[in-house]
Ligand binder design. Structure first.
Ligand code: FAD
Ligand code: SF4
Length: 397
């Protein structure tokens, strides 16, 4: 998609120069000139009073041979040699999409010495694995991973790409989508196939969670989206399954990677590993003050679980953001979620309703959290939490 100036039309008013967020338009010889900094964002187009800025959308759209794009790809993210759960969750969902579309499902593994992950990718439903190994991929960097993904898409032309809406996935997905000139639906909470068009229907909350928007990508390929971890259940693995491994050589030049990971600093211990934890004890404003969170921490420690929190707690500075559960925090799906002094606002529930069992403790019997809870305790957290911790301690002895 290109942007250019019709020099005959341009009256050098300068409106586009100040409208461009990238400073990519300059005035030269009384005409607007688009420089190399242009990202084709299009912010300038409507500012021109004489419609002298032209965006070649049609040309780009018709240039795509959509029939050439096949298969559903899932990015298998990993850390320290372990695949993250979200990749497996997406393989389960990708399998359904691929079957509906009559196409194959492929896992994309990029890293250094990561071949051991291939078996689990097949076991969780993939037909193929694209494996790219090299020292330059030992740690995630935007440049190296963007380059390798862009090359893979150009060479193998997938129809659909699913990535986890993790820190890395949220960085990589939009960058790759922009490079290959397609769209991306971020932070999806549901996936399906649109009956009329056969396209992937990407669903995500919009307007502060008040509506669920379903988005299609009709004109560009691949259709891309990031999906929140824990929205889908991981499929039952079948280690009898196998498939085709396609080894792809890296073409990433070291000088093209502009950042180097010197050190990874853990800002949060196991207590905030919410996405992988089977038990989460979460506290809300009903905990009264930050010092009372020790009651949440004690119960979580006895149960071997993680500590979650509502946004009210994060906003008050009682806990750092990695602990936040909800629409603007983490989406979790543990076996047991214990909500303590949390009212159950829609934005909180959006992040924990897929938990297997929800237990709520609240002194208000009409609190909305009880509508989603499997077990409810109407009472004061200051009394209920120490009693529960004591009983679990006894049960462990
Ligand atoms: P409150 O709503 O104040 O509830 C406190 C509860 O504690 C009450 O039900 C009360 O009865 C109970 N209580 C009080 N004292 C006791 C006691 N001693 N014992 C037992 N119970 C007691 N919120 C999130 O959590 N996560 C998000 O990601 C998120 N994203 C948001 C995004 C947007 C765009 C917006 C607008 C809001 C978002 N919110 C989010 C905020 C959300 O709307 C609520 O304001 C928030 O969840 C309320 O937190 P809370 O339940 O801890 O506090
Ligand atoms: Fe020229 Fe239109 Fe830019 Fe004004 S807004 S400088 S007329 S291209």
């Amino acid at each position: 998609m290109a942007i250019w100036v019709d020099k005959e039309q341009c009256v050098a008013c300068g409106a586009c120069e100040s409208a461009c967020p990238f400073g990519a338009i300059v005035m030269e010889a009384d005409k607007a000139v688009i420089t190399e900094a242009c990202t084709a964002c299009g912010a300038c187009v409507s500012t021109c009073p004489v419609t002298a800025i032209i965006r070649d959308v049609e040309e780009a759209v018709t240039a795509i041979d959509k029939a050439a794009y096949k298969d559903v790809w899932v990015y298998i993210e990993h850390a320290d040699g372990q695949a993250r759960n979200v990749g497996f969750e997406l393989l389960g969902e990708g399998r359904k999409l691929a079957d509906s579309m009559g196409q194959k499902l492929a896992g994309i593994i990029v890293g250094d010495k990561v071949e051991q992950l291939v078996k689990a990718v097949f076991a969780n439903g993939a037909d193929k694995v694209y494996l790219v190994e090299g020292k330059e991929f030992a740690k995630y960097t935007t440049d190296a991973y963007t380059a390798v993904f862009t090359d893979l898409i150009t060479d193998y032309k997938p129809s659909v790409i699913l990535m986890g809406a993790t820190i890395n996935g949220r960085d990589l997905g939009p960058r790759v989508a922009c490079r290959v000139g397609t769209g991306l639906t971020a932070d999806c909470t549901d996936l399906g196939i649109d009956e009329q068009t056969g396209l992937v229907a990407w669903t995500r909350p919009a307007f502060g969670g008040n509506i669920m928007a379903t988005i299609l990508c009709p004109e560009h390929r691949p259709q891309m989206g990031t999906v929140r971890p824990n929205v889908f259940k991981r499929p039952q693995p079948d280690f009898g399954r196998t498939g085709e491994v396609i080894r792809v050589s890296s073409t990433v030049k070291p000088e093209a990677v502009r950042t180097k990971v010197i050190e990874a600093v853990q800002v949060c211990t196991g207590s905030c590993n919410l996405e992988e934890s089977e038990i989460i004890v979460s506290g809300g404003r009903g905990m009264g003050k930050p010092e009372n969170f020790v009651l949440i921490e004690e119960l979580a420690a006895v149960l071997g679980g993680a500590v979650g929190a509502s946004r009210a707690v994060i906003d008050a500075g009682w806990k750092p953001h990695p602990h936040q559960v909800g629409q603007t925090g983490k989406t979790v799906g543990p076996k047991v979620y214990i909500a303590c002094g949390i009212s159950g606002a829609i934005q909180h529930v959006a992040g924990m309703s897929s938990s297997d069992t929800i237990i709520a403790i609240n002194k208000d019997a009409d609190a909305p959290i009880f509508k989603v809870a499997d077990y409810g305790i109407v009472g004061d957290v200051m009394e209920v939490l120490p009693a529960l911790t004591e009983e679990f301690k006894k049960a462990k002895q």
